[in-house]
Design a protein around this ligand. Structure first.
Ligand SMILES: [Zn+2]
Length: 242
């Protein structure tokens, strides 16, 4: 037993500081686990178990170190692309070679032709149900619609599912040929080309992860660093490593 207290809604800072200290102690003593037992006057007892490791989500957090934020270090490098920032995959530039075309005009190269055209027809016939602009040039599509074209929804398959289908058929030579036509070096989907391992992004300073800052336009990141004001906690987190 680390602590016992009466829960109240109008407690001051001292109270919360005490609870915070007690939880910290419980996690330390319990090797990452804390059990809270609540007793109500008029209700049944309530037991709740907490884990410092968030294992219920399958994520195990490690104490951040300077290597976590460096893609030049095997520890900090993205596990999917090993820190290269790109992987061999379906290349957007090969799938959509002419971005001035609309979906209707055949922007999606792999959906041209009679057989594969069924995937396009499925989208064209259902587009009105989710307001997809089939006559808008690909380069003018907003991020949402562009994502949608790749990911699909319940009304149409989308480019990603199309290539998954093709990959499942590669025991046939014509599908292998087709797949090779669209494969190339692409931005790593895991780290979005930033080369860093994904869980480095759980560390945030003023609601921004290192990836958020790396992906900013230079003028925006300049503005971010110029105006950034750290509270006492963040200042401590950001101190240079000795
Ligand atoms: Zn990556």
């Amino acid at each position: 037993m680390v602590d016992r207290f009466v829960a109240t809604t109008d407690a001051g800072d001292d109270f919360w500081q005490r609870i915070s200290d007690s939880v910290q102690t419980a996690f330390n003593e319990g090797a990452g686990h804390c059990l809270v037992e609540a007793t109500h006057d008029d209700a049944t007892d309530l037991n709740k178990s907490f884990s410092l490791l968030f294992e219920a989500d399958g994520i195990r957090f490690e104490e951040p170190s300077v290597h976590l934020f460096s893609f030049n270090n095997p520890y900090g490098a993205c596990k999917n692309c090993e820190g290269f920032g790109s992987v061999i995959g379906i290349d957007e530039d090969l799938v959509i070679p002419d971005k001035s075309l609309s979906v209707y005009e055949g922007a999606v190269a792999c959906w041209r032709g009679e057989k594969m055209g069924e995937w396009l027809t499925e989208l064209l016939q259902n587009a009105y149900k989710f307001n997809f602009p089939i006559h808008r040039p690909y380069f003018e599509l907003n991020e949402y619609d562009r994502q949608l074209l790749w990911s699909g929804n319940k009304y149409f398959g989308g480019i990603n599912r199309f290539f998954k289908y093709v990959e499942e058929q590669t025991y046939k030579i014509q599908y292998r040929v087709m797949l090779s036509r669209y494969r190339g070096k692409t931005k790593c989907p895991e780290c979005q080309g930033t080369r860093l391992r994904g869980d480095a992004n759980y560390v945030k300073i003023i609601n921004k992860s290192i990836t958020d800052v790396v992906l900013m336009q230079v003028k925006d990141s300049y503005g971010f660093f110029k105006t950034v004001e750290l509270n006492a906690y963040d200042k401590k987190s950001c101190r240079p490593f000795a």
